[in-house]
Write a protein that binds this ligand. Structure first.
Ligand code: PMP
Length: 409
């Protein structure tokens, strides 16, 4: 074959492949849509309240992370409006250059005080906190050790780092020790969710801290679902265990109890200073807008001044936990307001979510690979502001749908 022919045939091979081919082949979502079982991107026409409007119809919301019910609180909204009036709608730049306002710095001081740490740093999303902090801290010769059920943002933060990633079985302390022992001579960071976002169980922090001390590792806790929920004063998983001084870094998001969007990392002044100058998602992405910053500040005040909200959240949580158990559902290992109902195969979860929607209930699904195969679940989560009557309606709907599907007797 002459060289022209070889070249032509190579070009032909190249032309045959198109990077968009995978998009044309992707039919999983379309299949669900055609069966009327697609539970994603549902359009809501109202605020994240215990009751929401979808397609003009009122439904009970048990798929929100608005644990303390603050996203539509008058004081939080007023703070956001006032911030917009003073600072406008955006910062037009990153924290690093032109995007740091006085309210960013004040919020950092407030968050540091609230978390009982020396310093805190605010980011534009919780996802970016994990990307930025882990990739900044875990260098080429280091090891980052994570729980297999850690949140996607932790996994992606690890992938962005130049270090090696090692996983341990979910909340399995023997397995964690196995990994720590293997890398005794390396610098190590353990990163766990404080509250696991799908199952609602709590990380075994006391044991993790003991092992971290024994093998010389640092500990970072992603407390997205713990802050505002756990602990005597809502300071999260570390406070729940009385380990605030022992956890090196606590990460939080504003998109749950803190009623907005954004995130933060809290820890010692030197470590926060380092992250501030090395975390690329902080340096190369625009800072959180004034309205978000002001909302978080107002939400923190309410968390500190209105403990009765947390009490109401736990009252609701207990009611639902008992209610589902009494009905005979397989309730996952939850210890928090995230209560998963295990339904088996993915299809069961899609079907149940849509049948619940018919009954006026908005609940989320979590299917494999986000959860183990055959352990698909309906993820329910509660707010301080749900009423008894709303929760009774939820249990009634689960009873009806669960019986129809044969999940309960
Ligand atoms: N960590 C955990 C455990 C989460 O559940 C989430 C959000 N689902 C994040 C991090 C990311 O937070 P954000 O939504 O603020 O980006």
């Amino acid at each position: 074959m002459d060289s022209r022919l070889v070249q032509d045939s190579q070009m032909a091979v190249k032309k045959a492949a198109d990077i968009f081919d995978k998009c044309l082949r992707f039919d999983k979502a379309k299949e669900l849509m055609s069966q009327g079982l697609y539970p994603y991107f549902r359009v809501i026409e109202s605020a994240q309240e215990p009751e929401i409007i979808i397609n003009g119809r009122r439904m009970i919301m048990i798929g929100s992370n608005n644990y303390l019910g603050l996203t539509n609180h008058p004081k939080v909204k007023e703070a956001a409006i006032e911030a917009i009036k003073k600072y406008g709608t955006g910062c037009a730049g990153s924290r690093f250059l032109n995007g740091t306002l006085d309210i960013h710095v004040k919020l950092e001081e407030k968050l540091a005080r609230f978390m009982r740490k020396e310093a805190a740093l605010v980011f534009s999303t919780g996802f970016q906190v994990n990307l930025g902090v882990i990739s900044a801290l875990v260098g080429k010769d280091d090891i980052v050790i994570i729980d297999k059920m850690d949140h996607a943002s932790i996994i992606d933060g690890c992938r962005l780092s130049f270090g090696d990633i090692r996983k341990f079985r979910h909340n399995d302390m023997n397995d964690l020790e196995r990994v720590l022992k293997e890398y005794e001579a390396k610098d190590k960071l353990i990163v766990v969710d404080g509250v696991f976002s799908m199952e609602g169980d709590i990380a075994s922090l006391p044991e993790i801290i003991t092992l971290a001390r024994k093998y010389g590792a640092r500990v970072m806790v992603d407390d997205a679902h713990g802050i505002g929920v756990l602990g005597q004063s809502g300071r999260g998983t570390a406070e729940h265990f009385g380990l605030e001084d022992d956890v090196d870094l606590i990460m939080g998001t504003y998109s749950k109890s803190l009623a907005s969007i954004g995130g933060f990392i809290a820890g010692s002044a030197d470590v926060i200073h380092y992250i501030k100058h090395c975390a690329r998602p902080l340096i190369f992405s625009a800072s959180p807008p004034p309205a978000s910053v002001a909302s978080v500040s107002a939400a923190l005040d309410i968390i500190e001044n209105e403990p009765e909200r947390r009490e109401a959240l736990w009252r609701n949580t207990k009611k639902m936990f008992n209610g589902f158990n009494e009905l005979g559902f397989e309730v996952g290992p939850s210890q928090t307001p995230i209560i998963p109902i295990v339904v088996g195969e993915n299809h069961n979860a899609f079907l149940m979510a849509m049948m619940l929607q018919e009954e006026g209930i908005f609940a989320n699904v979590a299917v494999s690979p986000a959860v183990p195969n055959g352990k698909a679940l309906i993820r329910t989560s509660y707010m301080a502001t749900h009423t008894e009557e709303q929760l009774d309606k939820v249990l009634e709907a689960f009873k009806k749908v669960g019986k129809k599907l044969g999940f309960i007797n």
